[in-house]
Write a protein that binds this ligand. Structure first.
Ligand code: SIN
Length: 524
């Protein structure tokens, strides 16, 4: 028996794929501050990208990933993740995961933005994430405990290594849960913006906890805005999957003119940053934008989740035009990790959206995120199994009353408004600088672990991430993927190729990463 203990913070696809891969000789606790179904993975409509057609290949999938990623992907990570992902998709098929198939059992492969062929596997039409979470929960052994409604408040660092988590339950009881390894899988930071596709609980906890513990964070300027959120009366009502455009829907303005006509050769299926900017410009010019779904047959059957979102929002599918707007969807950056999910803090792993693996580059290719969750969840599990049990720590835990958080004296809505107005799809130095100063000079109150509420903690995490993201966006004087500066509107390979902006322990620096290649180099 290994007798080792692991705490996983978060309960999305990365967390559960990790937990499902750990053998019974380990005690695993999967902890989430909400319910096990509150995650971005549960909301994932798209699917899992995997080359399955005879004329498709790992190479073609990698090429599309690199093209979308705008010369900022780590080439070995891309190839390795796609190859491992291929095997894991086969495993899911062997486990009878219900990928959508025709009556004769042939898998139905969809297409999404920037994919050169149909290679997206989905389940339940547009409910892949929800079905994957259910499937993974069903595969957990009795050595895995699911602890819902318990919040990870801070990491416990002892002798320079991560050795536990301070937590708070729904009654306010604070505990120190010691463990041999901590795996953060707490998602991205969608709630930094007014319109987003994320679960309401996704407040960059993983990034912020790791940063407090001394880990390096990188690529935070690369934020993916999904082009098509369903909007009604100025509010977002959820995602309209890119798979809808993959089935033939087109973007039109109020006058029925095609939005993407002369913008990109892939038109409505161009990379997301390009489509989002085109829609953003139309909206800024005062016209509304719609997704014309009139040529999709059996829309309700193919897209049950989106049909139900439309019904709830009071949008009539029969009208054939869904009102849409871009919104925050995914953070390409995160805690810097190696191919196993290891961070710069010993015994601290980060997987899923909270991590920056180099797979997505400056802009993630559609349906590569559940794939990344499966691959890195499994790899982190394999790595830990090969490690020796860490030495026993006799250290005395600090008093929770001595551990404090700076909580800004504004509400979340004020931060969301500033980030949406000035740090989103189009950025400039002037506006970034104003927001940076506003965030940094904000009055704060100091609250200790016992006093702080869940809402105050969420706010502290988001504020911390907003500061780092804004500083990165100001420093990168070029436009690339999910980072567009109208004052530096082109890719600047001469000054920025292969460079990453790193935050650690209060400092910011630029570092070269030799593994990063651009599309042309990968083809050569
Ligand atoms: C979508 O369905 O459009 C989103 C899928 C993804 O983000 O990968």
């Amino acid at each position: 028996m290994s007798g080792q203990t692991i705490i996983v913070v978060g309960a999305g696809a990365a967390a559960l794929s990790f937990a499902a891969a750990m053998p019974p000789s380990f005690e695993v606790m999967v902890m989430t501050k909400e319910s096990v179904y509150d995650s971005n993975s549960t909301l994932a409509q798209g699917g899992i990208a995997s080359s399955k057609l005879p004329h498709d290949s790992t190479f073609a999938h990698a090429e599309d990933t690199l093209y979308a990623g705008c010369g900022h992907n780590h080439i070995e990570t891309v190839n390795g993740a796609i190859e491992d992902g291929h095997r894991l998709v086969e495993e899911l098929i062997d486990q009878n995961f219900p990928f959508d198939a025709d009556e004769d059992g042939k898998l139905r492969l969809g297409k999404e933005g920037a994919h050169s062929v149909n290679r997206i596997l989905h389940a339940g039409g547009d409910a892949t994430g929800r079905m994957l979470i259910r499937h993974l929960i069903g595969r957990l052994g009795s050595h895995v405990v699911l602890k819902e409604h318990e919040t990870a408040v801070d990491l416990w660092i002892e002798n320079d290594r991560c050795a536990g988590v301070w937590t708070k339950d729904s009654r306010g009881n604070v505990s120190l849960r010691k463990a041999d390894y901590i795996v953060l899988a707490a998602g991205g930071c969608g709630n930094l913006f007014q319109m987003h596709t994320n679960n309401r609980s996704v407040t960059s906890d993983g990034l912020s906890l790791a940063y407090r513990a001394g880990a390096e964070l990188t690529d935070l300027e690369f934020v993916q805005f999904h082009p098509t959120l369903l909007v009604k009366n100025g509010r977002a009502h959820g995602l309209v999957s890119e798979a809808v455009r993959g089935e033939g829907a087109i973007l039109i303005d109020e006058n029925d003119r095609r939005v993407m006509e002369e913008i990109h050769p892939l038109k409505d299926l161009a990379p997301r940053d390009i489509v989002s900017r085109a829609i953003h410009e139309k909206l800024a010019a005062g016209t509304r934008v719609f997704l014309d779904i009139r040529n999709i047959r059996d829309f309700r059957m193919r897209f049950p989740t989106i049909s139900s979102l439309c019904e709830k929002a009071g949008v009539l599918i029969e009208d054939g035009r869904l009102p849409v707007s871009p919104g925050m969807h995914f953070l390409m950056g995160g805690v810097s990790v190696n191919k196993w999910g290891e961070t710069s803090v010993p015994n601290l792993f980060v997987i899923g959206e909270a991590a920056c693996t180099g797979f997505h580059g400056a802009n993630r290719l559609a349906s590569n995120s559940l794939l990344e969750c499966l691959v890195f969840g499994k790899r982190a599990a394999e790595r830990i199994q090969k490690r020796k049990k860490p030495a026993f720590l006799s250290g005395k835990a600090s008093d929770p009353e001595d551990m404090t958080f700076d909580v800004p004296l504004v509400n979340m809505k004020a931060i969301q408004k500033k980030m949406t107005d000035h740090v989103s799809i189009v950025r400039t130095a002037d506006e970034l600088l104003k927001v940076k100063n506003w965030l940094e000079q904000m009055p704060v109150q100091k609250l200790n672990v016992k006093e702080i509420t869940k809402e105050e903690l969420n706010l502290a995490h988001l504020w911390q991430t907003a500061k780092l993201m804004t500083a990165s966006a100001l420093l990168r004087t070029e436009s690339r993927g999910g980072h567009f500066r109208s004052d530096y509107p082109s890719i600047d390979d001469e000054n920025w190729k292969g460079k990453q902006i790193i935050h650690s322990k209060g400092s910011i620096k630029v570092r070269e990463n030799e593994g990063i290649v651009n599309y042309a180099e990968a083809q050569a």
